[in-house]
Design a binder for this molecule. Structure first.
Ligand SMILES: [Zn+2]
Ligand SMILES: [Zn+2]
Length: 754
């Protein structure tokens, strides 16, 4: 007899019926059982059948399953009459919860079959697809502990649910039009409008209205992506002047708007169904602001002045009815008010929407859409949320039960136990009250589901973050972690690295250990300790955070500090200049920063791109887009100087000033600037290798979302015989800070003890 224990994503993904089917086919007796510590199997039969059974489990695994642990023990035979699927057992130990899965192809076929019981039924699902994380209350995953408990199965569904050979066997959310949840269409005041909710939705969107659509992890706010006026309206209501919107596209038409490779298409169609940021397929004029859309069906204000577009495919059954060849491009942006997390109730969105497509299956756990940024060599998961949470990450060493509280922008938390780390979904972009409520609510659930009671807390050095205040309120051993050390440590953890490396952290801002604002740092270190061996020279940031929204003020202050002319700067008033002059003179409200993000802002403003921005990294992105598809590595860099630990970028700023004044094309300046940053980084990393003998380089920080920079660094460092570790499954931005905090806090505690 074989006793088998399997752990990983093995619950809610059709794993038990799969095992049952294999066991029957191999003529085995015994049982399969879901327990809180994974799937247990006892199988009796002849040796060759048993071995074939094991082989087939690994080979024929259901699409959404992922085995992390597989243990087989050979024991004396027990007597069984047949092979059975036993009810879930309660025991200690942790189990994993499956992420929500996009509707599978078989269910799509039934959905489109007029003869099928679930024809056009918005809640069709099976053991391979459908909601999981979003509907669960407790583990182990079973219908009575999901939001499907409200719906009693009809005989038709019950029969499928109970038949071990049916593809809906023990599919907990199974339902049909006779017994399951339903869509309804509501007006702005939430009064029911009778008739076909889908037909109403399509009609409203086509008429240029804005519709709140309840989906899997929360509400989307939808409007026709080809309708300039509708998009303009949406921007006004959301108070979102420029930030790009994601477009849900019909699969057959997606080629009309973006360039998509075969692999990328497969990723879009995968159970995770992420948003992919892809190059647009049209020849848009990046800096044209009128409402003519050129040769693109997409309205120019969907992603203004942006050569890329965030696109995804329908992933919930009702998406397929709304987004199709007759309405192929629909903006589906997260349904939230400014600075608030994604909503699950229409009440929250009444000021934003004209109508609502609602349903009565409760969303118990929220998650936004995940976002992937493809680069030349790999994909970067820049937002890890729906389709990924709450699957754990594996850590390179054993940790205590630890909570990493995160930073402030792109807030997440991490809860770890031993080598497993559970990263929260994307919570929100500020520490507003609503965001922190969602944070605490999710934290409470994670503790319960994964049976982790933290004994160690980690947070950022920045005392003003709500996440720091939350960490302090827990009254447990607390380690405060430097922001950029956490950035490097997170990407090390992703690559299972637990040794000394050269770490590059290029970021917006984060508090340094010397009370200045860091962000252009090169470290030598490991999870426990780091030496800051190079950094950009300190430049003045007038007014701190206020300057970040006005890159032109950064440019003005940087030029002043370097003793250069500020005459040519566009988009700054005499009044602003006078105030900054005074601040510099009196050294009042001036912060010193080594931030790489701010340097990009400065150069962008010097070129007159965005004197003022309306969303994070807008100006840095504009600078990057100038040299998209250009050969950067061959061009001549600007000057810079490395003396002791200081990388002085003032020579570069001086040469850019003279280039701008001579009327050199902005594209050329941007290319030369990117080349300069690549060169000065490779140069510093070379010096670090000479000093330390280290060959592994870890790249991290929000600026690494710049693909020109990231691709250039990977290429040049690899050529120079470094092993380069770039962000892939964890984001380079602040959403991974909580992971690094967990790692560092554990090492620091060990060091204290020794
Ligand atoms: Zn399915
Ligand atoms: Zn039914």
């Amino acid at each position: 007899m074989y006793k088998i224990k399997i752990n990983g994503i093995v619950q809610g993904v059709g794993f038990r019926p799969f095992i049952y089917k294999l066991a029957i086919e191999q003529n085995l007796k015994g049982f399969v059982l879901n327990s809180t510590s994974g799937v247990k199997i006892e199988a009796v039969g002849d040796k060759s059948s048993l071995d074939k059974f094991i082989k087939r489990i690994k080979k024929e695994l259901p699409a959404a399953a992922d085995i992390k642990e597989f243990k087989v023990d050979e024991l004396p035979d027990k007597l069984y009459d047949n092979f059975k699927i036993k009810r879930s057992a309660i025991s200690d130990g942790s189990t994993l919860i499956s992420p929500d899965l996009a509707v599978c192809e078989k269910c799509q076929q039934e959905f489109n079959d007029p003869k099928d019981q679930r024809f056009k039924y918005a809640f069709i699902n099976c053991t391979n697809c459908g909601p999981r994380y979003s509907i669960i209350e407790h583990t182990p995953y079973d219908r009575p502990v999901t939001s499907m408990k409200e719906f009693e199965m009809c005989d038709y569904c019950k029969k499928e649910y109970s038949d071990p050979l049916n593809r809906r066997f023990h599919a907990q959310p199974v339902a049909c039009p006779d017994c399951g949840p339903h869509l309804k269409f509501l007006d702005k005041d939430l009064s029911l409008i009778s008739g076909d909710p889908i037909a109403h939705t399509i009609k409203a969107i086509k008429e240029g209205k804005i519709v709140g659509i309840k989906g899997i992890g929360g509400f989307h706010i939808a409007c026709d992506a080809t309708n300039f006026e509708a998009v303009k309206h949406l921007r006004k209501r959301k108070n979102r002047p420029d930030k790009p919107f994601a477009v849900m596209a019909c699969e057959d038409k997606i080629h009309e708007i973006v360039k998509v490779t075969k692999n990328q298409k497969a990723l879009l169609k995968s159970p995770k169904a992420p948003i992919l940021i892809l190059p647009r397929n049209d020849s848009i004029d990046l800096y044209k602001t009128d409402n003519s859309s050129g040769d693109s069906p997409i309205a120019p204000n969907v992603a203004p002045q942006n050569p890329n577009l965030g696109v995804f495919l329908p992933y919930a059954p009702h998406h397929f009815q709304i987004v199709n060849s007759k309405l192929p491009f629909v903006i589906m942006t997260s349904g939230n008010n400014q600075n608030e997390p994604i909503a699950t109730e229409p009440e929250i969105l009444q000021d934003l929407c004209d109508y609502f497509l609602e349903h009565n299956r409760a969303i118990l756990n929220r998650s936004d859409d995940s976002i992937i940024l493809p680069t030349q060599k790999h994909n970067i998961l820049i937002r890890r949320s729906r389709g990924f949470v709450p699957s754990p990450c594996n850590l390179p060493f054993k940790t205590k039960s630890t909570l990493g509280c995160g930073a402030e922008l792109k807030l997440t938390f991490s809860l770890s136990n031993k080598t497993k780390l559970f990263l929260s979904p994307y919570i929100g972009n500020t520490g507003s009250k609503e965001t922190m409520d969602f944070y605490q609510e999710t934290f409470t659930k994670y503790k319960k589901w994964f049976k982790i009671e933290p004994e160690l807390i980690a947070c950022d050095l920045q005392p003003d973050f709500m996440s720091t205040k939350f960490a302090e309120s827990l009254n447990l051993p607390l380690v405060k972690v430097q922001h950029h050390h956490a950035h490097v440590s997170a990407i090390m953890a992703e690559h299972q690295i637990d040794e000394k490396v050269i770490g590059v952290a290029y970021d917006g801002t984060g508090l340094g250990t010397d009370n200045t604002i860091w962000g252009g740092e090169i470290f030598i270190g490991d999870h426990g300790k780091f030496d800051r061996i190079f950094h950009l020279n300190y430049m003045p940031l007038p007014g701190g955070d206020a300057a970040i929204k006005h890159p032109i003020r950064i440019a003005y202050a940087y030029l002043k500090k370097s003793g250069l002319s500020t005459e040519y700067l566009k988009g700054i008033s005499k009044f602003e200049k006078r105030i900054i002059d005074k601040q510099i003179q009196n050294n009042f409200n001036i912060f010193q920063t080594s931030s790489m993000g701010r340097l990009f802002d400065c150069v962008s403003a010097m070129l007159g791109l965005f004197p003022t921005i309306t969303f994070e990294a807008q100006s840095a992105m504009a600078l990057e887009y100038l040299c998209e598809n250009e050969q950067v590595l061959d061009c001549e860099p600007y000057s810079y100087d490395i003396t002791n630990e200081i990388i002085d970028i003032q020579p570069c700023i001086k040469e850019i000033t003279s280039d701008v004044q001579r009327g050199v094309e902005s594209k050329t300046i941007s290319k030369k600037f990117h080349k300069t940053i690549i060169d000065l980084t490779v140069n510093s990393v070379e010096k670090a290798r000479k000093r330390s003998g280290l060959k592994k380089v870890v790249l991290s920080g929000g600026v690494m979302q710049n693909r020109i920079l990231l691709n250039g660094l990977i290429k040049k460092l690899s050529r120079n015989n470094f092993t380069v570790y770039a962000p892939e499954n964890l984001s380079p931005n602040d959403s991974s800070i909580s992971v690094g905090q967990v790692m560092i806090a554990n090492r620091k505690i060990e060091q204290k003890r020794d």
